[in-house]
Design a protein around this ligand. Structure first.
Ligand code: GRF
Length: 217
């Protein structure tokens, strides 16, 4: 006889990679308190001083730091980093403010199992300084995207987006501040959907509930 706890699907094991503040990790930690569909198995940083590491430690999540200068080259750094990620038992890798462009080998090894949160309405404004660039472009709307990671920076298939209006007196700072809580909701929603087993990447195509996703959710 099985109890309901035994028959429930095992939680998705999620590893988070970050370089800084870690507010997106904080949102995942907070949501995981009420949501058993996923579990944070590790927080990994390329900078020992990344404030996000303290958030993980306070929540009892194992942390690991891999600093690129400690390795002979980028490939060796990434090999060590992703060996640690794999050792955590992660099913899904979330890049949440991880400020490095990953090599094709790491990306291919985790294809369909690695997502990134980017603060723009992709394909608009790939790369850095997205809030200032949205303003400079005169965009009426700004937002954030969660996408699967492919070898080209900020270019993989987009699963979900959130949109906010650009207000007449917005600055890059005010836009970033208004967007951040929406980013947090977006990332949690995306991880939950994946944890529910509803999302799959087939080539460059995202399937949700077995159906091709034609536009970001
Ligand atoms: C977020 O704006 C995220 O979209 C971008 O980097 C920032 C990370 O913020 N990729 P935090 O470290 O999660 O607070």
């Amino acid at each position: 006889m099985s109890t309901s706890a035994e028959s429930a699907a095992a939680p998705l094991r999620v590893a988070v990679l970050l370089s800084g503040r870690g507010s997106n990790l904080g949102a995942l930690i907070a949501a995981a308190r009420e949501d058993r569909s996923y579990r944070l198995v590790g927080a990994f940083a390329d900078k020992p001083e990344a404030p996000g590491l303290a958030l993980a430690r306070a929540a009892g999540i194992p942390t690991q730091v891999c600093v690129p200068k400690d390795y002979v080259d980028k490939a060796a750094f990434e090999a060590a980093l992703f060996a640690a990620v794999a050792a955590s038992g992660a099913d899904l890798v979330v890049l949440a403010g991880f400020m490095r462009v990953l090599g094709a080998e790491s990306v291919e090894a985790w294809r369909g199992r690695m997502i990134n949160i980017h603060p723009s309405l992709l394909p608009k404004h790939q790369g850095l300084h997205t809030h200032a660039r949205a303003l400079a472009a005169g965009d009426a709307e700004h937002g954030a995207s969660v996408h699967f990671v492919t070898p080209v920076l900020d270019d993989g298939p987009v699963l979900m987006q959130v949109r906010i209006p650009v207000l007449p007196d917005d600055t890059a700072e005010s836009l970033a501040a208004r967007l951040l809580p929406q980013e947090h909701r977006l990332l949690v929603a995306a991880v939950r959907l994946i944890a529910q087993g509803r999302v799959r990447l087939q080539g460059e195509q995202i399937l949700v509930d077995g159906e091709a996703l034609r536009a970001p959710m």
